[in-house]
Design a protein around this ligand. Structure first.
Ligand code: FAD
Length: 478
C-alpha cells in the first residue's frame, strides 16, 4: 500500500454503483475533504492514522461492492462503526475504511422479544423504543419494557461492542451482549454474504461471540434477545471522599465474593473526581438492580449506610433517565491511554486496594479514572469458557486505568502515571485482558484475549478468511 496511487477511474466506477459515499483524503473538492476529516474522528484523539479512502456504506450491498473493489485494487482495509477501539484498529493507515456507522436501521419483534440491528445502531436508540415506548404489564400490573445488554456509552455502536463480548449494567442478570446474539449476517472477504447462527455456519457463530471485531468479515446485521426490565428501577450512585476509598473498596469486593449476591444487583465502582473533572478525588459506587426495586433496597442500603458518603443519589427512577445521565458524563475530544486487566481470584487483596488508592491520589489529571467497570459472575459466569470465543468467564473483578488529558504538553506526566499504575497493579492480575479494551502494548495478546480458545479461532480464520484480508495489529492469525 505504501506506493499506491489512487486509481481515479475505478473510484469513479465505485461511486456510480454505491448508495453511500466515497471520501478521498486527497480530493480536489474541499467539501469532500472536510467530510473526510469529519469521518476520521474517533474517540481517542491520540490516534493519528491516515487512511486513503473512507467508504460510507448504506447497505449490505454497499459493503459487498466495497470489499470487491478493495480486493480488485489490491488495497488493505479496516472496518469502522463507532470508532471507540482503544488503539484505533478501525482506521487502517493508508488503507480503505469500510465505514458502517451510517447503517442505522433496526426492527423489533415484540412477540419473540428480539431486535435486529444494523451495525450503525446504538443501544440508546434501540432502548428508547423497546423500553421507553414499549410497555408490558407483569403479574401484579407492574410496568416493564425490554432491554438489550448494551453498555453505558451512547456512541459505542452495537457490532464492535458485541463482537468482543459486551459488558453492560444488566449483564450479570442477562449475560454479555455476545451471549444474547442470536444470529449475524456478514460479508466475507470473497464478497459472499453469509449468516452465522446455531444452524448456519455454527463455527463462525461461535467465533463471532468474543473474537472481537475486524477478524472474519463485515457484520451487517445482528439479531439479539431482549429482556424484561421494570420501567422504573433502583439505580444511581453513592460517593465518598478518597480518604474512605480503601474501606469502601474492601466492602465492595466482599459483596461480590458473597455467593448469595443476587444476579440482579450490578454495581460498578471508580476512583475519579467530583464534581467531574475539576473537583476532589472520590470513590464512586454506581449501578442498578434489575428486579423489582423494593427487593433491591436491602443490598443498596448496605452501601448507603457505609462510612460517611458525601453524595447519595440512589433511588427509584426511569431506567432510561439513568442510562442517559451516565452517558452524558463521558468526556469527548481528549487524549487518552488505557491499561488494565482481570484480577486473579484472590488478587483484589487489601494490599492491592491500598496501592491502587495511594497511586490514584497522585493522578495529575482530573479527567482520569480508575474503574472497576466489568462486573463478573451471575449469568456471565454460568456460560462455559469454550461455549463461545469469549473466555473470561470466571473473573469477578477487572481494573481499567483510564488516563485522560487535554493538551499534548500534559502527555508525558499522564502517560507516566498510567504506566506506573499498571506496574503497581500487575502482580495482582491473572494475565487476561478484555479484547474490547485492546492494548497495543500487550505482546502475548492471543493468550491475554482468548486463552485456550485461540487455536480454534485460528482454524476458523483459516476457513473463512484464508488470505488474511481482514488484518490489523492483534488480528487473529491463520
Ligand atoms: C467511552 C467508551 C466506553 C465504553 N464502554 C464500554 C462498556 O460499557 N462495556 C463494554 O463492554 N465495552 C465498552 N467499551 C469498549 C467498546 O465496547 C469497544 O471499544 C468496541 O470495540 C467499540 O466498538 P465501536 O464500534 O464503537 O468501535 P470501532 O473502533 O468502530 O470498532 C471496534 C472494532 O470492531 C471492528 N468492527 C466495528 N464494526 C464492525 C462490523 N460491523 N463488523 C466487523 N468488525 C467491526 C473494528 O474494525 C474494530 O476492530 C467502551 C469504550 C469506550 C471508548
Amino acid at each position: 500500500m505504501d506506493n499506491y496511487y489512487l486509481n481515479i477511474e475505478s473510484i469513479a466506477s465505485l461511486r456510480k454503483i454505491l448508495d453511500g459515499e466515497v471520501l478521498l483524503s486527497i480530493s480536489r473538492n474541499s467539501e469532500e475533504r472536510r467530510r473526510f476529516v469529519e469521518a476520521l474522528e474517533i474517540f481517542n484523539i491520540s490516534i493519528k492514522s491516515q487512511p486513503a479512502i473512507i467508504i460510507r456504506c448504506e447497505s449490505t450491498e454497499d459493503v459487498v461492492k466495497s470489499v470487491k473493489f478493495i480486493k480488485s485494487e489490491d488495497l488493505s482495509c479496516s472496518i469502522r462503526s463507532g470508532g471507540h477501539h482503544f488503539f484505533g484498529a478501525s482506521l487502517k493507515d493508508k488503507g480503505v475504511v469500510i465505514d458502517v456507522s451510517n447503517m442505522k436501521k433496526f426492527s423489533f419483534n415484540e412477540q419473540k422479544q428480539t431486535a435486529t440491528l444494523q451495525p450503525g445502531c446504538d443501544w440508546h436508540t434501540l432502548e428508547t423504543l423497546t423500553h421507553g415506548k414499549y410497555e408490558k404489564r407483569g403479574a401484579n400490573d407492574e410496568r416493564y419494557g425490554l432491554v438489550a445488554t448494551g453498555g453505558d456509552c451512547p456512541t459505542v455502536l452495537n457490532s464492535g461492542y458485541t463482537l468482543g463480548g459486551g459488558y453492560g449494567l444488566s449483564s450479570r442478570s442477562f449475560g454479555l451482549a455476545c451471549d444474547n446474539l442470536i444470529s449475524a449476517e456478514l460479508v466475507l472477504a470473497t464478497g459472499e454474504v453469509v449468516q452465522a447462527n446455531d444452524k448456519e455456519n455454527p463455527d463462525l457463530y461461535w467465533a463471532l461471540r468474543g473474537a472481537g471485531g475486524g477478524n472474519f468479515g463485515v457484520v451487517t446485521s445482528l439479531e439479539y434477545q431482549l429482556h424484561l426490565l421494570p420501567k422504573e428501577v433502583l439505580c444511581g450512585y453513592i460517593e465518598w471522599p478518597l480518604s474512605q476509598a480503601e474501606d469502601v473498596m474492601k466492602f465492595y469486593r466482599d459483596m461480590y465474593l458473597n455467593e448469595n449476591l443476587p444476579d440482579e444487583l450490578s454495581l460498578g465502582m471508580f476512583l475519579g473526581t467530583s464534581p467531574y473533572p475539576e473537583g476532589e478525588p472520590v470513590v464512586n459506587v454506581y449501578g442498578l438492580y434489575t428486579g423489582p426495586a423494593d427487593e433491591g433496597k436491602e443490598h443498596v442500603e448496605k452501601f448507603q449506610e457505609f462510612g460517611e458518603p458525601i453524595e447519595d443519589i440512589f433511588g427509584v427512577r426511569p431506567y432510561l433517565d439513568f442510562m442517559t445521565a451516565i452517558g452524558e458524563e463521558i468526556p469527548y475530544g481528549l487524549e487518552s491511554k488505557r491499561k488494565g486487566g482481570y484480577f486473579r481470584n484472590d488478587g483484589l487483596s487489601d494490599e492491592a486496594i491500598s496501592s491502587i488508592v495511594s497511586h490514584f491520589g497522585k493522578c495529575p489529571s482530573g479527567y482520569s479514572l480508575t474503574r472497576f467497570d466489568l462486573q463478573g459472575g451471575g449469568a456471565i459466569g454460568r456460560v462455559a469458557q469454550d461455549a463461545t470465543a469469549f473466555v473470561h468467564r470466571d473473573s469477578l473483578f477487572h481494573i481499567s486505568i483510564g488516563s485522560f488529558w487535554q493538551h499534548e504538553s500534559e502527555a508525558e506526566e499522564n502517560l507516566k502515571w498510567a504506566y506506573e499504575h499498571y506496574q503497581i497493579v500487575s502482580p495482582y492480575l491473572n494475565g487476561h485482558a478484555y479484547q474490547n479494551y485492546a492494548d497495543a502494548e500487550i505482546t502475548d495478546w492471543s493468550h491475554a484475549y482468548y486463552g485456550q480458545n485461540y487455536p480454534r479461532l485460528q482454524q476458523i480464520k483459516k476457513k473463512y478468511d484464508p488470505e488474511n484480508f481482514f488484518e490489523f495489529k492483534q488480528s487473529i492469525r491463520t
